[in-house]
Design a protein around this ligand. Structure first.
Ligand SMILES: Nc1ncnc2c1ncn2[C@@H]1O[C@H](COP(=O)(O)OP(=O)(O)OP(=O)(O)O)[C@@H](O)[C@H]1O
Ligand SMILES: [Mg+2]
Length: 245
Protein backbone atom coordinates (compact mmCIF):
# COMPACT_ATOMS: atom_id res chain seq x y z
CA UNK A 1 0.00 0.00 0.00
CA UNK A 2 2.78 2.41 1.05
CA UNK A 3 4.88 1.52 -1.98
CA UNK A 4 1.89 2.06 -4.22
CA UNK A 5 1.27 5.50 -2.66
CA UNK A 6 4.92 6.49 -3.10
CA UNK A 7 4.87 5.49 -6.74
CA UNK A 8 1.72 7.52 -7.32
CA UNK A 9 3.32 10.50 -5.57
CA UNK A 10 6.47 10.21 -7.65
CA UNK A 11 4.40 10.03 -10.81
CA UNK A 12 2.46 13.09 -9.78
CA UNK A 13 5.65 15.03 -9.06
CA UNK A 14 7.16 13.95 -12.36
CA UNK A 15 4.02 15.07 -14.19
CA UNK A 16 4.07 18.43 -12.37
CA UNK A 17 7.72 18.91 -13.27
CA UNK A 18 6.95 18.13 -16.90
CA UNK A 19 4.14 20.70 -16.91
CA UNK A 20 6.45 23.32 -15.38
CA UNK A 21 9.04 22.57 -18.08
CA UNK A 22 6.42 23.02 -20.82
CA UNK A 23 5.20 26.27 -19.27
CA UNK A 24 8.77 27.56 -19.08
CA UNK A 25 9.36 26.79 -22.76
CA UNK A 26 6.08 28.44 -23.74
CA UNK A 27 6.89 31.55 -21.73
CA UNK A 28 10.35 31.72 -23.30
CA UNK A 29 8.87 31.46 -26.79
CA UNK A 30 6.21 34.11 -26.02
CA UNK A 31 8.90 36.46 -24.68
CA UNK A 32 11.00 35.91 -27.80
CA UNK A 33 8.00 36.52 -30.03
CA UNK A 34 7.28 39.80 -28.29
CA UNK A 35 10.92 40.89 -28.47
CA UNK A 36 11.09 40.09 -32.17
CA UNK A 37 7.85 41.94 -32.92
CA UNK A 38 8.99 44.90 -30.81
CA UNK A 39 12.28 45.00 -32.70
CA UNK A 40 10.42 44.81 -35.99
CA UNK A 41 7.98 47.58 -35.10
CA UNK A 42 10.59 49.81 -33.55
CA UNK A 43 12.80 49.24 -36.61
CA UNK A 44 9.96 50.31 -38.85
CA UNK A 45 9.14 53.27 -36.61
CA UNK A 46 12.77 54.36 -36.63
CA UNK A 47 12.86 54.03 -40.39
CA UNK A 48 9.72 56.14 -40.78
CA UNK A 49 11.19 58.74 -38.45
CA UNK A 50 14.42 58.78 -40.45
CA UNK A 51 12.50 59.20 -43.71
CA UNK A 52 10.34 61.93 -42.19
CA UNK A 53 13.42 63.79 -40.95
CA UNK A 54 15.14 63.41 -44.28
CA UNK A 55 12.08 64.72 -46.14
CA UNK A 56 11.62 67.59 -43.73
CA UNK A 57 15.21 68.72 -43.22
CA UNK A 58 16.69 67.92 -46.57
CA UNK A 59 14.08 68.03 -49.27
CA UNK A 60 11.76 70.42 -47.43
CA UNK A 61 14.31 73.20 -47.16
CA UNK A 62 15.40 72.83 -50.79
CA UNK A 63 11.82 73.00 -52.04
CA UNK A 64 11.05 75.97 -49.79
CA UNK A 65 13.97 77.84 -51.35
CA UNK A 66 12.85 76.89 -54.87
CA UNK A 67 9.38 78.18 -54.07
CA UNK A 68 10.76 81.49 -52.83
CA UNK A 69 12.88 81.95 -55.98
CA UNK A 70 9.95 81.01 -58.17
CA UNK A 71 7.66 83.55 -56.49
CA UNK A 72 10.31 86.19 -56.94
CA UNK A 73 10.65 85.27 -60.63
CA UNK A 74 6.88 85.33 -61.16
CA UNK A 75 6.54 88.69 -59.51
CA UNK A 76 9.33 90.18 -61.59
CA UNK A 77 8.78 88.45 -64.89
CA UNK A 78 7.95 91.76 -66.66
CA UNK A 79 10.41 93.79 -64.74
CA UNK A 80 13.37 94.26 -67.09
CA UNK A 81 15.21 96.36 -64.57
CA UNK A 82 15.93 93.51 -62.22
CA UNK A 83 19.52 92.47 -62.77
CA UNK A 84 19.92 89.00 -61.50
CA UNK A 85 16.91 87.45 -63.25
CA UNK A 86 19.04 85.08 -65.32
CA UNK A 87 21.03 84.11 -62.30
CA UNK A 88 17.85 83.38 -60.38
CA UNK A 89 16.58 81.13 -63.17
CA UNK A 90 19.84 79.22 -63.13
CA UNK A 91 19.77 78.94 -59.36
CA UNK A 92 16.19 77.68 -59.34
CA UNK A 93 16.99 75.14 -62.01
CA UNK A 94 19.95 73.98 -59.98
CA UNK A 95 17.85 73.65 -56.83
CA UNK A 96 15.18 71.65 -58.67
CA UNK A 97 17.87 69.29 -59.90
CA UNK A 98 19.15 68.97 -56.35
CA UNK A 99 15.65 68.18 -55.05
CA UNK A 100 15.20 65.59 -57.77
CA UNK A 101 18.52 63.94 -56.83
CA UNK A 102 17.51 63.91 -53.18
CA UNK A 103 14.25 62.13 -53.95
CA UNK A 104 16.19 59.59 -55.98
CA UNK A 105 18.67 59.00 -53.16
CA UNK A 106 15.91 58.49 -50.60
CA UNK A 107 14.04 56.13 -52.96
CA UNK A 108 17.20 54.13 -53.69
CA UNK A 109 18.03 53.77 -50.03
CA UNK A 110 14.55 52.38 -49.52
CA UNK A 111 15.10 49.76 -52.19
CA UNK A 112 18.67 48.82 -51.38
CA UNK A 113 17.71 46.39 -48.65
CA UNK A 114 19.58 48.38 -46.03
CA UNK A 115 16.43 48.52 -43.94
CA UNK A 116 15.61 44.89 -44.45
CA UNK A 117 17.91 43.97 -41.60
CA UNK A 118 15.17 44.97 -39.20
CA UNK A 119 12.27 43.38 -41.01
CA UNK A 120 10.44 40.10 -41.31
CA UNK A 121 13.32 37.90 -42.47
CA UNK A 122 15.80 38.87 -39.75
CA UNK A 123 13.03 38.52 -37.17
CA UNK A 124 12.25 34.98 -38.40
CA UNK A 125 15.94 34.07 -38.56
CA UNK A 126 16.49 35.37 -35.06
CA UNK A 127 13.50 33.49 -33.72
CA UNK A 128 14.57 30.28 -35.50
CA UNK A 129 18.05 30.62 -34.08
CA UNK A 130 16.74 31.07 -30.57
CA UNK A 131 14.31 28.17 -30.91
CA UNK A 132 17.05 25.88 -32.29
CA UNK A 133 18.65 23.70 -29.71
CA UNK A 134 22.05 22.41 -30.79
CA UNK A 135 21.88 18.96 -32.35
CA UNK A 136 18.48 18.22 -30.78
CA UNK A 137 16.65 20.65 -33.07
CA UNK A 138 18.10 22.47 -36.03
CA UNK A 139 16.00 25.10 -37.77
CA UNK A 140 17.26 26.34 -41.12
CA UNK A 141 15.73 29.37 -42.82
CA UNK A 142 16.17 30.01 -46.55
CA UNK A 143 14.83 32.91 -48.54
CA UNK A 144 14.64 33.87 -52.19
CA UNK A 145 13.65 37.16 -53.73
CA UNK A 146 12.51 38.78 -50.51
CA UNK A 147 14.92 41.69 -50.45
CA UNK A 148 12.21 44.30 -50.24
CA UNK A 149 10.10 45.02 -47.19
CA UNK A 150 6.46 44.09 -47.14
CA UNK A 151 3.60 46.01 -45.61
CA UNK A 152 4.00 46.42 -41.85
CA UNK A 153 0.81 44.56 -40.89
CA UNK A 154 1.52 41.78 -43.39
CA UNK A 155 5.04 41.27 -42.02
CA UNK A 156 3.70 40.97 -38.48
CA UNK A 157 0.93 38.59 -39.56
CA UNK A 158 3.40 36.34 -41.39
CA UNK A 159 5.77 36.44 -38.47
CA UNK A 160 3.05 35.36 -36.05
CA UNK A 161 2.05 32.44 -38.26
CA UNK A 162 5.59 31.17 -38.61
CA UNK A 163 6.16 31.64 -34.90
CA UNK A 164 3.09 29.48 -34.15
CA UNK A 165 4.20 26.79 -36.62
CA UNK A 166 7.66 26.64 -35.07
CA UNK A 167 6.10 26.53 -31.61
CA UNK A 168 3.88 23.66 -32.73
CA UNK A 169 6.93 21.75 -33.95
CA UNK A 170 8.65 22.30 -30.61
CA UNK A 171 5.55 21.32 -28.65
CA UNK A 172 4.22 18.41 -30.67
CA UNK A 173 6.55 17.12 -33.38
CA UNK A 174 9.60 15.83 -31.57
CA UNK A 175 11.57 16.72 -34.70
CA UNK A 176 15.30 17.17 -35.08
CA UNK A 177 15.29 19.15 -38.30
CA UNK A 178 13.16 21.96 -39.59
CA UNK A 179 13.48 23.67 -42.96
CA UNK A 180 11.74 26.94 -43.55
CA UNK A 181 11.76 28.55 -46.96
CA UNK A 182 10.27 31.85 -47.99
CA UNK A 183 10.15 32.47 -51.72
CA UNK A 184 8.79 35.42 -53.62
CA UNK A 185 7.39 34.15 -56.94
CA UNK A 186 6.17 37.21 -58.83
CA UNK A 187 4.12 38.74 -56.03
CA UNK A 188 3.15 35.41 -54.50
CA UNK A 189 4.90 34.62 -51.25
CA UNK A 190 5.42 30.90 -50.84
CA UNK A 191 6.27 29.64 -47.36
CA UNK A 192 7.19 26.01 -46.74
CA UNK A 193 7.82 24.64 -43.26
CA UNK A 194 9.07 21.11 -43.17
CA UNK A 195 9.80 19.02 -40.09
CA UNK A 196 11.00 15.45 -39.67
CA UNK A 197 8.94 14.80 -36.57
CA UNK A 198 6.23 12.33 -35.71
CA UNK A 199 3.55 13.76 -37.99
CA UNK A 200 -0.17 13.81 -37.23
CA UNK A 201 -3.55 12.99 -38.65
CA UNK A 202 -4.86 16.27 -40.02
CA UNK A 203 -8.43 14.92 -39.96
CA UNK A 204 -8.56 14.73 -36.18
CA UNK A 205 -7.23 18.18 -35.35
CA UNK A 206 -10.58 19.88 -35.83
CA UNK A 207 -11.92 18.03 -32.79
CA UNK A 208 -9.12 19.30 -30.57
CA UNK A 209 -9.34 22.62 -28.87
CA UNK A 210 -6.03 24.05 -30.10
CA UNK A 211 -6.16 27.61 -31.37
CA UNK A 212 -2.96 27.78 -33.37
CA UNK A 213 -3.85 26.16 -36.68
CA UNK A 214 -7.37 27.61 -36.72
CA UNK A 215 -5.99 31.13 -36.19
CA UNK A 216 -3.51 30.59 -39.04
CA UNK A 217 -6.32 29.42 -41.31
CA UNK A 218 -8.31 32.56 -40.51
CA UNK A 219 -5.33 34.83 -41.06
CA UNK A 220 -4.62 33.25 -44.43
CA UNK A 221 -8.24 33.42 -45.49
CA UNK A 222 -8.17 37.11 -44.65
CA UNK A 223 -5.03 37.54 -46.77
CA UNK A 224 -6.66 35.59 -49.62
CA UNK A 225 -3.94 32.99 -49.57
CA UNK A 226 -3.83 29.21 -49.36
CA UNK A 227 -2.83 26.87 -46.53
CA UNK A 228 -2.05 23.20 -46.91
CA UNK A 229 -0.87 20.62 -44.38
CA UNK A 230 0.73 17.48 -45.65
CA UNK A 231 1.60 15.20 -42.74
CA UNK A 232 2.69 11.59 -42.61
CA UNK A 233 2.70 9.72 -39.30
CA UNK A 234 6.26 8.76 -38.42
CA UNK A 235 7.78 10.89 -41.18
CA UNK A 236 6.96 14.49 -40.52
CA UNK A 237 4.91 17.45 -41.55
CA UNK A 238 4.99 19.82 -44.50
CA UNK A 239 3.12 23.06 -44.31
CA UNK A 240 2.68 25.04 -47.50
CA UNK A 241 1.39 28.59 -47.46
CA UNK A 242 0.88 30.92 -50.42
CA UNK A 243 0.06 34.57 -49.89
CA UNK A 244 -0.34 37.24 -52.54
CA UNK A 245 1.92 40.20 -51.72
N1 LIG B 1 4.40 19.97 -36.60
C1 LIG B 1 3.55 19.18 -35.95
N2 LIG B 1 3.89 17.88 -35.71
C2 LIG B 1 3.04 17.05 -35.07
N3 LIG B 1 1.81 17.41 -34.65
C3 LIG B 1 1.41 18.66 -34.86
C4 LIG B 1 2.25 19.63 -35.52
N4 LIG B 1 1.57 20.78 -35.62
C5 LIG B 1 0.38 20.57 -35.04
N5 LIG B 1 0.27 19.31 -34.58
C6 LIG B 1 -0.94 18.70 -33.97
O1 LIG B 1 -2.06 19.50 -34.32
C7 LIG B 1 -2.74 19.91 -33.15
C8 LIG B 1 -3.34 21.28 -33.37
O2 LIG B 1 -2.35 22.32 -33.35
P1 LIG B 1 -2.76 23.75 -32.86
O3 LIG B 1 -1.60 24.66 -33.02
O4 LIG B 1 -4.01 24.14 -33.55
O5 LIG B 1 -3.11 23.55 -31.33
P2 LIG B 1 -2.13 23.36 -30.07
O6 LIG B 1 -0.73 23.66 -30.45
O7 LIG B 1 -2.41 22.01 -29.51
O8 LIG B 1 -2.66 24.47 -29.08
P3 LIG B 1 -2.44 26.04 -29.14
O9 LIG B 1 -1.83 26.35 -30.47
O10 LIG B 1 -3.79 26.63 -29.00
O11 LIG B 1 -1.52 26.36 -28.02
C9 LIG B 1 -1.73 19.82 -32.05
O12 LIG B 1 -2.33 19.59 -30.82
C10 LIG B 1 -0.86 18.64 -32.48
O13 LIG B 1 -1.47 17.43 -32.08
MG1 LIG C 1 -0.28 25.42 -31.48
Amino acid sequence: MLIYKNTRRKQRIAEQERQIEIQKTEKLLKDQELTAIDAMISGQEKERQRLANELHDNLGSTLATVKLHFQHLTKNRNNSKIENLEELYAKTDHLLEEAYQKVRTIAHEKNSGVMANQGLLPAIKKFAKKASNGDALQIVVQDYGLEERLDNALEISIFRMIQELITNIIKHANATEVHISLTNHDSLLNIIIEDNGKGFDTKVISQKDGMGLRTIEKRIEHLEGTFEIDSTIGKGTNIIINIPI
